[in-house]
Design a protein around this ligand. Structure first.
Ligand code: UGA
Length: 466
């Protein structure tokens, strides 16, 4: 098939690159020349494990065509996947201007059979608005909504192992075409060494089982536009409820002898609840959860419903950096002033260089406001992104020094905070590293380190709810 993908972000580039490896011809449309040039050179312009390989092969085969020309792409395609950003506006609602601009542009060149598919996350009713724009243009293109569930850091793995394929819309023949397109990924994935890719996404191991045991068509959820739109934001909002709930229970654990990891292991064994996304720590961030939660609160408000449950979930999350900073203050004898603090991890989660709404950077801001003299920051991939974003997080540049190794980051620090749980931090030999530390204080804000072992080595160890 010939396809156009509009927007080359995490969703667009990953989907486009993989579809091009399956054998489809994929035009990846973007307005940013720099991004297009990087993709043309066979690389992704953002860090995503495993993605470069697919981009390189797509470019080499000629099947992946990065372009800013809508006319050539749309005239030669049967399907257009809209994967542009829907950022948060100042009032918390979704900014849909990129979506509508893409629709206007592609309608200039689309014929009546051209299938318009939105993959970007949108509020309920957006696809119906697109339908109206199509009608006004005098065309009759089918309009579908097909939410994306991939997570950053495991985008390639998730795209190859689709656990559910939600498809909203009315036109059954258009839907069938789209199902067949994604079924081709499913079949292609069977020929790949998934164990290698699974390494970066252990939490999603269950997907492999679903993939091998159920036929693709059994994973298809064929419904109306508005249900499909609501599934996406509801899924993300529910995951934030789980995380904030774990963080709230962690507060109770901190007042008792209970350990949040043990509590959630026990709770999560109930298959109705599940263990995933019950990891307490510094809270949730990224380009999706914060925007989707605000978007849903704001949409509910527009409909006359005050979504207090979700507002509280958001508040628990906003308080988390403050809570961790307070723990550190107590750990350091009652004051943060004049202290140097090493921070491990700057990205919003491991496996990505993305620092959007990063709880780690929010923690740094809180620490600096409370008088910390110097932050010594280390991250395996996100340092460049963090450097560019200090202003956005209101962190004075002179307060933060970016270090090029784990060892260097702790040398002059009064304490270390594990802020993002990159796997390399869990592999650190704290016994050997002891001699590098200025003071042996470790605050594990992601609850991932072996506290008993660290205490045996002589460290003062604190965590969240343990
Ligand atoms: C999320 C969803 O997981 C995807 O299914 C969805 O497709 C995507 O948003 C999207 O809407 O595009 P992502 O933002 O990449 O994916 O990251 P997650 O792995 O969900 O993590 C989000 C945040 O929650 C991170 O800051 C992470 O550290 C935090 N988290 C996650 C916890 O604090 N505890 C947990 O138990 C799990």
């Amino acid at each position: 098939m010939n396809i156009s993908v509009i927007g080359t972000g995490y969703v667009g580039l990953t989907t486009g690159a993989i579809l091009s490896n399956v054998g489809h011809k994929v035009y990846c449309i973007d307005i940013d020349e720099n991004k297009l040039n990087t993709i043309k050179s066979g690389k992704s312009y953002f860090y995503e494990p495993g993605l470069d390989d697919f981009v390189q092969k797509g470019i080499d085969s000629g099947n992946l065509i990065p372009t800013n020309k809508y006319d050539e792409a749309i005239e030669n395609s049967e399907i257009g996947l809209i994967c542009v950003g829907t950022p948060e506006k100042k009032d918390g609602s979704f900014d849909l201007s990129y979506i509508f601009a893409a629709v206007d542009e592609l309608l200039k060149y689309a014929d009546n059979e051209f299938i318009i598919v939105t993959k970007s996350t949108v509020p309920v009713g957006t696809s119906n608005k697109i339908n109206k724009i199509v009608q006004l243009s005098g065309k009759s293109c089918p309009v579908l909504f097909c939410p994306e569930f991939l997570a950053e850091g495991s985008a390639v793995f998730d795209t190859l192992n689709i656990d559910r394929f939600v498809i909203g819309g009315k036109e059954e023949s258009a839907k069938l075409k789209l199902v067949n397109l994604f079924k081709s990924i499913d079949e292609y994935a069977k020929s790949l060494d998934m164990l290698q890719l699974q390494g970066v996404a252990k939490i999603y191991k269950k997907k492999l089982e679903i993939h091998s045991k159920t036929d693709f068509k059994e994973r298809v959820i064929n419904i109306g536009l508005e249900s499909a739109e609501l599934i996406k934001v509801t899924a993300n909002a529910f995951l934030t409820i789980k995380i904030s709930f774990a963080n709230a229970i962690a507060r109770i654990c901190d007042k008792t002898e209970a350990d949040i990891n043990e509590v959630m292991d026990g709770v999560g064994m109930d298959s109705r609840i599940g263990r995933d996304f019950l990891y307490a720590g510094l809270g949730w961030g990224g380009g999706c959860f914060p925007k989707d939660v605000s978007g849903l609160i704001s949409y509910a408000k527009e409909q006359g419903y005050d979504f207090r449950l979700l507002r509280e979930v958001d508040r628990v999350n906003s308080d988390q950096p403050e809570y961790v900073a307070e723990k550190l203050r107590i750990m350091l004898g009652g004051t943060l002033e004049e202290k140097a603090v090493s921070i491990w991890g700057l990205s919003f989660k491991p496996g990505t260089s993305d620092i959007r709404k990063s709880q780690s950077l929010k923690l740094i801001k809180v620490l600096v406001d409370k008088g910390v003299k110097q932050i010594l920051a280390y991250d395996p991939k996100a340092i460049d992104e963090a450097k560019k974003s200090l202003e956005r997080y209101e962190i004075p540049a002179e307060k933060i020094e970016f270090m090029d190794s784990i060892e260097a980051s702790v040398e002059n620090a009064n304490a270390l905070v594990l802020a993002t749980d990159w796997p390399e931090f869990m592999q650190v030999d704290f016994g050997s590293l002891k001699s590098s530390f200025k003071e042996l204080n470790v605050l594990d804000a992601r609850n991932r380190l072996d506290g008993d072992k660290l205490r045996e080595f002589g460290y003062t160890y604190e965590a969240v709810g343990r």
